[in-house]
Design a binder for this molecule. Structure first.
Ligand code: HDD
Length: 713
């Protein structure tokens, strides 16, 4: 079968440049003889304006920055491919979904939303999940998030939402955080955001890794087949490694220890051959079922529960190559939900409709020209011919006299494609209605799915939502905003509101202030509708919890284990653990009071990966303390104690064998360890298979959240 997997790489290679074994030159190709000194009037004299080499170098440097994205400024990207595993030609004529085994090159960019380009990866935030498919029929962009719903229902509120969450305009604080007054002021007046608030206050907002997140197209789209029949579709990305999160306290500490934590994790995974992988799934809703559900398919604050419409897997995406140049690829890539291929179309979701304007528009200010499609990472691998011309930085040299259609001088070329020749045609949906600036009543249920989400969570997850809300609203200075939020939360779940109120030292208002629906002023009659709560046809959905999610993986591939060692460490213990981990594609790292190497019990030496100074427990998934002769050094070391305390607090697996157990026993939490805590593993027998097996099984559980205090009851 013809395979296009490498076609984008071949296309990009035309623009790659490597200076190895080459002369240094100016941009004009002139060889440079001295790159260290400006041209001066005498050795100690002033520099000369005529120094064109200096001028070129400094001028280019002065203009190196472009505006960062207004949202999703911080992101990490990678190349890969999409492979069809289960073709769906009966549903769509999209070429890249037709044939089993067909591979299409992709570039994926995963981002946070609120922070600047240099902000921390571990902000509590939605993660953008954008994939550009370089198909034979042109670029198709699926520009989604790691949460299946959105804050608002109408694109006209997007600038307001973003202004509210970004650092406050008077003092530019706080960076990459929603825990401040303007965000919660806006939210407390926008009941439609309550479903999304449940998601963003859940642990989905603090992923362990970008490779361990689900992705969603969010909106309802359409698929169209050869016979011009259409179905509605929701897109899902399911991660092979399952969906996992860190603890909130941990996230904040990671932000200090390594604010590139997610970027590094993605980069390292690809460099070491642990290629991130997701399955692409679709939920198909026949057109006849458009009005079958208690929610409106066009409302982006609603999801379609997997229990009502199962997800069918159609393919898989593997990310297998890091970019060669961050700016050229990850920064200059321009996504757009309106980059479509035949066989896929929009729905009338008013948020999606607004997006269709915004993305090209923003590239014009960010990338500076309508020719941004010519930038190598954005260039389609399908040939492009049209009558668009000129503009800043035009690369293509269009030949001939003709730049209009219809024409006779150019023989009518480039000519339009018939639908049978692959020409795109929009789905011919019949629309017969009045022009209205307003919203459908079917969008008024703002609490039904917020309740469904909350009720679907395990007690552990519920308690994390309570703590997240206590944290976020605790940072809000205006009491009235907190109280208004408690009023809204009470409409999701009374107990939830009461628990949050305890942390705020507040009470849930008896008759909560009812914000106007959509935050509109009462004089607008169309928008002045009350929020409602519609009973959902299912009470709970396991697909919505991370801990009970049926697709959650127990695999520990690419997980990192801190092996805390001191001199005299047992070689057998270290090696048996390291080897057992390697078999699972996980890795152990030696951490010791100093860098260099450690003398072992067999008079050998093991290299140290990190010193206690350059590492921290929050950068690892679990901790192991092997048997060793000089273990006292670790038991009495404050950094080791802090390391272990954090690992315990963040509910990680902690294990020790032989003398290593003494270090756990010396820890401040030692007296608190419950007999039922399967995440603390101690063994008198050194380097036994049973011990390493137990350790790996425990790591597969990811975390032992039951260890936490004040669990939701
Ligand atoms: Fe957006 C970027 C996802 C609503 C306007 N958006 C952007 C990116 C993602 C999303 C993943 C980063 C793309 C990249 O990596 O370059 N946006 C979403 C989702 C939404 C959504 C899932 C709702 C379901 N967005 C949305 C609305 C508007 C925008 C309603 C405006 C009306 N989004 C933009 C933008 C950005 C953007 C301003 C900034 C950078 C860019 O487009 O290229 O145009």
């Amino acid at each position: 079968m013809e395979n296009f997997q490498d076609e984008k790489q071949r296309d990009l290679s035309k623009n790659k440049s490597d200076g190895t074994n080459k002369f240094l030159t100016t941009d004009q190709g002139l060889k440079i003889n001295d790159d260290n000194n400006t041209l001066k009037a005498g050795e100690r004299g002033p520099s000369l304006l005529e120094d064109f080499i200096l001028r070129e170098k400094i001028t280019h440097f002065d203009h190196e920055r472009i505006p960062e994205r207004i949202v999703h400024a911080r992101g990490s990207g990678a190349h890969g491919f999409f492979e069809v595993t289960n073709p769906i030609p009966e549903l769509t004529k999209a070429g890249f979904l037709q044939t089993k085994g067909l591979k299409t090159p992709v570039f994926a960019r995963i981002s946070t939303v609120a922070g600047s380009r240099g902000s921390t990866d571990l902000a509590r935030d939605v993660r953008g999940f954008s994939v550009k498919f370089y198909t034979q029929e042109g670029n198709y962009d699926l520009v989604g998030n790691n949460m299946p719903v959105f804050f608002i229902q109408d694109a006209s509120k997007f600038p307001d939402l973003v202004h509210a969450v970004k650092p406050e305009p008077h003092n530019e604080m706080p960076q990459a955080a929603s825990a401040h007054d303007t965000f919660w002021d806006f939210i407390s007046l926008m009941p439609e955001s309550m479903h999304m608030i449940m998601w963003i206050m859940s642990d989905r907002a603090i992923p362990r890794s970008l490779r361990m997140m689900e992705g969603f197209g969010v909106h309802t789209f359409r698929l169209i087949n050869e016979a011009d029949e259409s179905v509605f579709v929701k897109f899902h990305w399911k991660p092979k490694l399952g969906t996992h999160a860190v603890a909130w306290d941990e996230a904040q500490k990671i932000s200090g220890k390594n604010s590139d934590f997610h970027r590094q994790d993605l980069w390292d995974a690809i460099e070491t051959g642990n290629f991130p992988e997701w399955e692409l799934g679709v939920q198909i809703i026949p057109t006849a079922d458009e009005h079958k559900y208690e929610f409106d398919l066009l409302d982006p604050t609603k999801l379609v529960p997997e229990e009502l419409v199962p997800v069918t897997i159609v393919g898989r995406m593997v990310l297998n190559k890091n970019p060669d140049n961050f700016f050229a690829e990850t920064e200059q890539i321009a996504f757009h939900p309106g980059h479509l291929v035949p066989g896929i179309d929009f729905s009338n979701d008013p948020l999606l409709q607004g997006r269709l304007f915004s993305y090209t528009d923003t590239q014009l200010s960010r990338l500076g020209s309508p020719n941004f499609h010519e930038i190598p990472i954005n260039r389609s691998i399908a040939p492009t011919h049209n009558n668009q011309r000129d503009g800043h930085m035009r690369q293509e040299i269009n030949t001939g006299r003709v730049s209009y259609h219809p024409n006779s001088l150019g023989g009518g070329c480039p000519y339009q494609a018939k639908i049978s020749e692959g020409g795109f045609s929009s789905f011919s949906e019949r629309i017969d209605s009045h022009k209205i600036r307003g919203r459908s009543e079917s969008f008024n249920d703002h609490f039904g799915q917020a309740k469904l989400f909350f009720n679907s969570q395990t007690d552990i997850e519920k308690s994390h939502i309570v703590k997240a809300l206590q944290f976020e609203l605790g940072k809000v200075e205006t009491t009235a905003i907190r109280v208004r939020m408690l009023g809204l939360l009470a409409q999701v779940d009374n107990k939830l509101a009461e628990k949050v109120a305890v942390g705020l030292g507040s009470t849930v208002p008896a008759s909560p202030e009812k914000p106007m629906n959509h935050g509109v002023s009462p004089e607008n009659e169309m928008g002045n509708q009350e929020s409602t709560t519609v009973k959902q046809s299912i009470a709970t959905s396991d697909a919505l919890t991370m801990l009970k999610n049926p697709t959650n993986s127990k695999r520990i591939a690419s997980r990192k284990v801190a092996i805390l060692c001191s001199a005299g460490v047992s070689e057998d213990s270290v090696n048996s653990m390291k080897n057992a981990l390697l078999k699972e594609d996980a890795k152990g790292f030696i951490i010791a009071p100093h860098l260099g190497s450690l003398k072992t019990d067999k008079d050998g030496a093991i290299p140290v990966d990190f010193s206690l100074l350059t590492s921290a427990s929050v950068l690892f998934d679990s901790v192991y303390i092997p048997h060793g002769q000089d273990i006292k050094v670790l038991a009495e070391n404050d950094d080791v104690q802090e390391f272990l305390n954090d690992a315990y607090k963040h509910c990680k697996v902690i294990a020790a064998d032989g003398e290593g157990q003494k270090v756990i026993k010396a820890a401040a939490f030692a007296s608190k360890i419950s007999k039922n805590d399967k995440g603390i593993i101690m063994s008198d027998i050194q380097s036994s298979d049973d011990f390493t097996k137990e350790f790996i099984t425990a790591m597969g559980k990811h975390r032992f959240w039951e260890r936490e205090e004040n669990l939701y009851k």
